[in-house]
Design a binder for this molecule. Structure first.
Ligand code: UDX
Length: 456
């Protein structure tokens, strides 16, 4: 297929769970298609490489890099600052690593076919260009979310700024999204970051972790507005399948799978806000009350660091709530989310609507109670509730009665049942779409594209 010379791909993820996971899934897929792989990742916030099934394979290697940053830098919640600093600090170590990889490839009769980097690390664009390496960007959020960047940026440059966060008006070209769903559009700093991301021009195009049956129209519009090639290759976790490595920063607690085995079909609400969003202690207490009063079963992820002493907090709850948690609940620090959502005991997901969680839920036919916190999550929540109609958009009022009502709407009411049916239909559509993608040889499509570019 590629003659005697092997092709190596260098993949560069940023040190965030929701971005590293899909990049490693892509690495797994491309490795299985015959590419040699180097994953150049930050020395902190990386998954344990020993979890990776390909680790002992000579053509798959992990390369930890020092960006002069630490996990305390990136655990601050100011995403704009973190992104700007990351982009500033990564240029020199990434340049060094790529130069080194080119030299090593020459010695080993390999060729660096392409650098694949996350869209958040836009400064790699110029590095790849300078080293004359072909490049591809991986977008780990939805295609629709990338369109919102264009919409925000365009409005800013045509002087319609600042837009108000409270605006419920529909964005004409992005209905049913409202202005308030555009990602942090009212922050000047965020817009500067968005402008840099929008300016990136990878030579081979963009891989979107999405699938036509979910976002056909948005994908079509992306081609039109950005004048680049977009490859919908997703959901990556499904294409990577069982080869998919565990890339969790926190150890997964499998005791919840044993607990799930003893729960009736579709009876459990899975509650998790992903790797960044969280509730404050007062809100956690309202959640505990709301879940208890809903009389539903629940599996609840409370990440380390969310609360200083979880046993003390549990003890501080009234007896009725504690009994409800013991009888109908299971609390873990981090769950094997893929397995949880695939479990027949799970009937609903209370989610922050991160894109990975959204895709994982849709591909298992689990409807969502949407509580977006920031950024692309608002876009995803709107798609879930208004486009695919498998998510309830609730008031977001963190009070026990509101929570109880929302949980019952999803788990018990006819509205929730209908969503479960729609979600199952969507699951099948995604499965069919995936079988078409995997039948296509991804390797071939990349290289075919590369050849076309050269001939232009
Ligand atoms: C971030 C952003 O918040 C999100 O909106 C963006 O789309 C990607 O980057 P995060 O908030 O962590 O990601 O959410 P999400 O995209 O849902 O990713 C979380 C990942 O952690 C998922 O793959 C999920 O399966 C995993 N997870 C979460 C676990 O494995 N166990 C858990 O207990 C919780």
């Amino acid at each position: 297929m590629m003659g005697t010379q092997r092709h190596r791909l260098v993949l560069i993820p940023p040190p965030f769970q929701g971005h590293l996971t899909p990049m490693l899934q892509l690495a797994t897929i491309l490795h299985s298609r015959g590419f040699s792989i180097t994953v150049a990742h930050a020395h902190f916030n990386s998954s344990d490489p020993s979890n990776h099934p390909n680790l002992n394979h000579p053509n798959f290697c992990f390369l930890p890099l020092s960006y002069g940053l630490s996990d305390t830098h990136v655990s601050s919640k100011n995403i704009v600052d973190i992104t700007a600093t990351l982009n500033e600090k990564c240029v020199s170590p990434i340049t060094e690593v790529l130069v080194d990889q080119i030299e090593k490839a020459n010695i080993n009769h390999e060729k660096i076919a392409c650098v694949i980097y996350d869209g958040l690390i836009y400064s790699i664009d110029s590095v790849a260009r300078e080293l004359k390496l072909p490049s591809i960007v991986l977008r780990t959020t939805s295609a629709t979310n990338f369109l919102t960047y264009h919409a925000s940026f365009q409005r800013q440059t045509s002087g319609c700024h600042p837009l108000q966060d409270s605006s419920l008006d529909l964005v004409p070209e992005l209905e049913p999204l409202r202005f308030k769903d555009l990602p942090m559009f009212n922050s000047g700093d965020m817009l500067k970051e968005i402008a840099k991301t929008v300016a990136v021009r990878p030579s081979l195009g963009v891989i979107c972790n999405t699938v036509d049956c979910l976002e056909e129209e948005s994908l079509h519009r992306l081609h039109q507005v950005y004048k680049m090639s977009f490859f919908p290759i997703g959901p990556l976790h499904m294409i990577a399948g069982e080869d998919s490595p565990s890339s969790s920063f926190v150890e997964e607690d499998y005791s919840c799978i044993d607990w799930l085995k003893n729960q009736p079909r579709k009876s459990v609400l899975y509650v998790s806000l992903g790797s960044i969003a969280s509730w404050e202690e007062k809100e956690l207490t309202e959640v505990a009350w709301g879940l208890a009063n809903s009389k539903q079963r629940f599996l609840w992820v409370i990440r380390p660091g969310t609360i200083s002493d979880i046993s003390e907090w549990l003890q501080s709850l009234p007896k009725d709530v504690r009994v409800a948690i013991e009888e109908r609940g299971c609390i873990v620090k981090w769950a094997p989310q893929g397995e949880v959502l695939a479990h027949q005991g799970v009937g609903g997901f209370w989610s922050h609507c991160g894109w990975n969680s959204t895709l994982e839920s849709l591909s298992e036919g689990v409807p969502i109670m949407c509580q977006p916190h920031f950024g692309d999550q608002r876009v995803n929540a709107r798609l879930l509730s208004h486009v695919w109609k498998v998510g309830i958009e609730w008031s977001n009022v963190m009070e026990r009665d509101e929570i109880e009502g929302a949980v019952r709407r999803l788990m018990v009411n006819p509205e929730g049942k209908e969503m479960r049916q729609k979600a199952l239909k969507l699951k099948n559509e995604i499965k069919i779409a995936i079988s078409n993608i995997t039948n296509l040889d991804l390797t071939f499509s990349f290289f075919h594209f590369q050849k076309e570019k050269k001939n232009q």
